[in-house]
Design a protein around this ligand. Structure first.
Ligand code: NGO
Length: 496
């Protein structure tokens, strides 16, 4: 057995089950990727796999519709047997000396299985230019499916603005760890980042600033749609957020009529929170929200609209309740489910709302008691803007330092006593960008902690081990290098 060959138990996130058979499959210049005929969706997935394997192997890897049985030495992707027990995202990977067969109930499962195939090839497979090989995979079987339905990350493009190319790069990074949600924090005090045709000054004026007068901007609707379809092609759903009723200075500065006193405040480039509020008693506020939510709903195929709701310190509690209860009917009128930060549990929530827990466990419990599902983003574990330690060049520390082991060694079922696993939708790691200006800064803070969060979201709790995770991650480093991730080399990991 080739010593440098990854074994089946090195995959991240750790699969549900992996059984080694002791042999080897070898990818050759003649390898084809077969898909079952008649599915443009599967052609796309096959092509994605070919595109990932081509640069390092230099092989042609044609994607072919299967007629008869696959040739020896090929890879076969299929949803034909439709084993419903694998669920929407699970897959069964069978590797024999003659063939790699990836089977799933749904295409999303194939897409996740492809990430496993990539990780089973030698690490040099992720290099951008031809490498010597040989391209060997250990034989055996992996049967795998996720623990939670929501596994994601949030990027704050409001405090600092990130280009479409940067956002796509981040989305692509999420796919390698089988994540399926990307939450875009599109508006805050410092910037409004999406063109709303019925209220164009939001982007034109509100999008003209960022923290510290750094470069700003906004996405056109065509650019937003491009991000949505780029993500959808990778089985990642976009969750757009417009933060309300607080965190709204950029909107208030763009339209005087949204202010209770009718006067637009100055644009804001600082990092304080909790000073702005939409005018709860003005009817135009709800016309504004109906227009904004309506446009975003029509651009967003996923079922969720995130309305923020956090830190509304400039809104009276009674006003907050009145406001959120009205906003949730607007979201539902546009055919979507409302997601909000944990504070929305202070109002009477309509099902099927989602409460995103970030700092106060009582709020999460209150939301669950109302029948809402809870998304876990505890700041002290999942906030990617917290520093690793006192020497981290970016980030904040209000929720403490988060070293890699802190991000890994916790579980949603024990983090908040009182929210049963059946009410836990999943995990999401937010990256707030007050102190991050470039996508390289973002990557340094996200990786490798996001990998730990991905494993919490995907892998079964039974068998979870920090030692095992850190060993697997250490061996994984050449892949991160190959993909040119700018990641933090935590001293807690035995890096290879
Ligand atoms: C808080 C706050 C954000 C900050 C972030 C910084 C939530 C939900 N609201 O989290 O506005 O950017 O902390 O860590």
């Amino acid at each position: 057995m080739n010593k440098s060959l990854p074994t089946l138990d090195t995959v991240i996130p750790r699969p549900v089950s992996a059984t080694a058979a002791g042999g080897q499959f070898t990818l050759s210049p003649n390898t084809s990727i077969y898909i079952e005929p008649g599915s443009p969706e599967l052609t796309g997935i096959g092509q994605y796999l070919a595109d990932k394997l081509k640069p390092a192997t230099g092989y042609k890897l044609p994607v072919l519709s299967l007629a008869g049985s696959p040739a020896k030495g090929s890879i076969y992707l299929t949803t034909k047997d439709r084993d419903a027990n694998l669920g929407e995202e699970g897959y069964l990977l069978t590797i024999t000396p003659d063939q790699v067969t990836l089977a799933a109930y749904q295409p999303a499962g194939l897409f996740h299985g492809i990430q496993t195939i990539r990780q089973l090839l030698p690490a040099s497979i992720e290099q951008p230019a031809p490498q010597p090989g040989p391209w060997v995979i250990a034989t055996g079987t992996i049967r795998d499916y996720p623990r939670f339905t929501w596994r994601g990350s949030m990027l704050d493009v409001a405090r600092h603005f990130f280009s479409v190319a940067d956002v796509k790069r981040y989305i692509e990074e999420l796919t390698y760890y089988k994540m399926n949600r990307f939450h875009l924090h599109l508006a805050d005090d410092q910037g409004w980042r999406l063109m709303i045709n019925s209220w164009p000054n939001l982007a034109r004026i509100g999008g003209s600033t960022a923290v510290n007068h750094d470069p700003a901007g906004y996405y056109t609707q065509a650019e937003y749609s491009d991000i949505v379809s780029y993500a959808a092609n990778r089985y990642i759903m976009i969750v757009p957020e417009i933060d309300t009723p607080g965190h709204t200075n950029a909107a208030l500065a763009s339209y005087p009529e949204l202010n209770c006193n009718g006067i637009a405040p100055d644009l804001y480039t600082g990092t304080e929170v909790g000073f702005s509020s939409l005018c709860v008693d003005k009817e135009v506020t709800y016309k504004f929200l109906d227009d904004v939510i309506g446009e975003i709903a029509s651009l967003t195929p996923g079922p969720y609209i995130h309305i923020g709701g956090d830190e509304a310190a400039a809104t009276q509690p009674a006003d907050y309740k009145k406001f959120i209860e009205r906003v949730q009917t607007i979201v539902q009128a546009h055919g979507k489910q409302m997601v909000g930060w944990e504070e929305i549990s202070n109002v009477d929530l309509l099902p099927p709302s989602i409460d995103q827990y970030w700092t106060n466990p009582q709020q999460a419990v209150k939301a669950a008691q109302q029948g809402a599902k809870v998304l876990f983003s505890p700041a002290s574990k999942t906030y990617l803007d917290m520093k690793y330690d006192s020497s981290t060049p970016f980030g904040q520390d209000w929720a403490g330092f988060i070293e890699l082991q802190d991000a890994y060694d916790w579980d949603p079922t024990t983090q908040t006593a009182g929210v049963p696993e059946t009410d836990i939708l999943g995990v999401e790691a937010p990256l707030w960008s007050e102190t991050m200006r470039t996508i390289q800064d973002v990557e340094f803070m996200a990786f490798p902690r996001l990998i730990a969060i991905a494993e919490i979201g995907w892998s079964p709790l039974a068998g979870k081990s920090w030692k095992d995770f850190s060993t697997r991650l250490g061996a994984h480093a050449p892949r991160l290098d190959g993909m040119q991730f700018n990641f933090y080399r935590s001293k807690q990991v035995p890096w290879k």
